[in-house]
Ligand binder design. Structure first.
Ligand code: NAD
Ligand code: IPM
Ligand code: MN
Length: 356
């Protein structure tokens, strides 16, 4: 298999974790006889510094022409002035929109050896295996109008939570399709008691539920969902929700897995390359120290193998190597261990090389 992979290391710990995920992909390629061509590009704060914008047209074109995109993280204090016209995060949002990756899959599993790394009681964590599907190219992040003005002498700022029927339908339908290969349960999370956009969302989810009677559908308000996620996470299977609700709920869900550094994600659209990134950010507090957990990015690379390249066996071999390393006690600092970013990846690579 020949594949062209664009790597966008980004800012902060982004370059530290993508370097290790690329190494893992290189090992997979060598072992299984694939040819992966990697090209590294600027996106985020580093692109603002070099070109004045977070995502250039050239980089977006390269991403569109690739087999898949692997991303670290963007942002940081250097670019955080709230009055700034250009922001690193604009690059990420432009990339998601430009690639049309409307569904962000964020699997949440709890490795049995990491139960003690979570502040949640062990009995709540047994059997947790959730797939959060976050709508990624609509909702509050993209709705128009968005901006600032002055009204009656007051400075105003506004964002719009907007969804069209087709945007809801395609992501909820995907949730049902994926649920069929799992425990056949979809929890659609909304705020239908207050928001009109959520009432449209719920109406469409209900109709899709009726057309798929083999899958159990329940609706849950987002505030309740945030509570259930920590009190009874093992009762959840596929969770599908609006862009910002999904952003917030998955940082919360990472607590179940022991650390933000553990969770991967895959962003996919109807066609074209997928975008793969850990759910965490650029972690300015630990950037440059070589101590970031690379697992979320390495597991994102496994999702890249599975979803964009169709290499299921290779994806599973990477996931097994990660699982074994954790079973054997390998831990970065966020999980109470002593290993640095590279040393943790070394342990994973060692097991990947040895595995079948
Ligand atoms: P963050 O996710 O960067 O960090 C939150 C906390 O988790 C920090 O204490 C950090 O040290 C820790 N952490 C995160 N990833 C880790 C890892 N791999 N290993 C060990 N510890 C890890 O969130 P933040 O500090 O609120 O945001 C920092 C910047 O990152 C902001 O500019 C934000 O916009 C950006 N951000 C980017 C992305 C992305 O590029 N996809 C995602 C989230 C936040
Ligand atoms: C994420 C991040 C991004 C988001 C930011 C950096 C734009 O928090 O990928 O979860 O909100 O989508
Ligand atoms: Mn986030």
């Amino acid at each position: 298999m020949n594949a062209k992979i664009v790597v966008l290391p980004g800012d902060g710990i982004g370059p530290e974790v993508t370097e290790q995920a690329v190494r893992v992909l290189q090992v997979v390629a060598r072992k299984e006889g694939h040819s992966f061509a990697f090209s590294e590009r600027l996106m985020g704060g580093c692109s603002i510094d070099a070109h004045g914008v977070a995502l250039t047209d050239e980089v977006l074109a390269d991403c569109k022409a690739s087999s898949a995109v692997l991303l670290g993280a963007v942002g940081g204090p250097k670019w955080d002035d709230p009055t700034a016209k250009v922001r690193p995060e604009q690059g990420l949002l432009g990339l998601r929109k430009g690639l049309g990756v409307f569904a962000n899959l964020r699997p949440v599993r709890v490795h049995p050896a990491l139960v003690d790394s979570s502040p949640i009681k062990a009995d709540r964590l047994a059997g947790v295996d959730i797939l959060v599907i976050r709508e990624l190219t609509g909702g509050l992040y993209f709705g128009q109008p968005k901006g600032r003005d002055t009204r009656n002498g007051a400075e105003r700022a506004f964002d719009t939570l907007e969804y069209s029927d087709f945007e809801v339908r395609r992501v909820v339908e995907l949730a049902f399709r994926l649920a069929k290969g799992r425990k056949k349960k979809v929890t659609s999370v909304d705020k239908a008691n207050v928001l009109e956009s959520s009432r449209l969302w719920r109406q469409i989810a209900t109709a899709i539920g009726k057309a798929n009677p083999d899958v159990a559908l329940d609706h849950m308000l987002v505030d309740t969902a945030s509570m259930r996620l920590v009190t009874s996470p093992a009762t959840m299977d596929v969770v599908v929700t609006e862009n910002m609700f999904g952003d917030i709920l998955t940082d919360e869900a990472s607590v179940l897995a022991g650390s933000m550094g553990m969770l991967p994600s895959a962003s996919i659209g109807a066609t074209g390359p997928g975008l793969y990134e850990p759910i965490h950010g650029s972690a300015p507090d630990i950037a440059g120290k070589g101590i970031a957990n690379p697992v979320g990015t390495i597991l994102s690379a496994a999702m890249l193998l599975r979803h964009s390249l169709g290499l299921e066996a290779e994806a599973a071999s990477v996931e097994r190597a990660v699982d074994q390393a954790i079973t054997d006690g390998c831990r970065t600092g966020d999980l109470g261990g002593k290993l640095g970013t590279k040393a943790m990846a070394d342990e994973i690579v060692k097991r990947l090389e040895a595995g079948r």
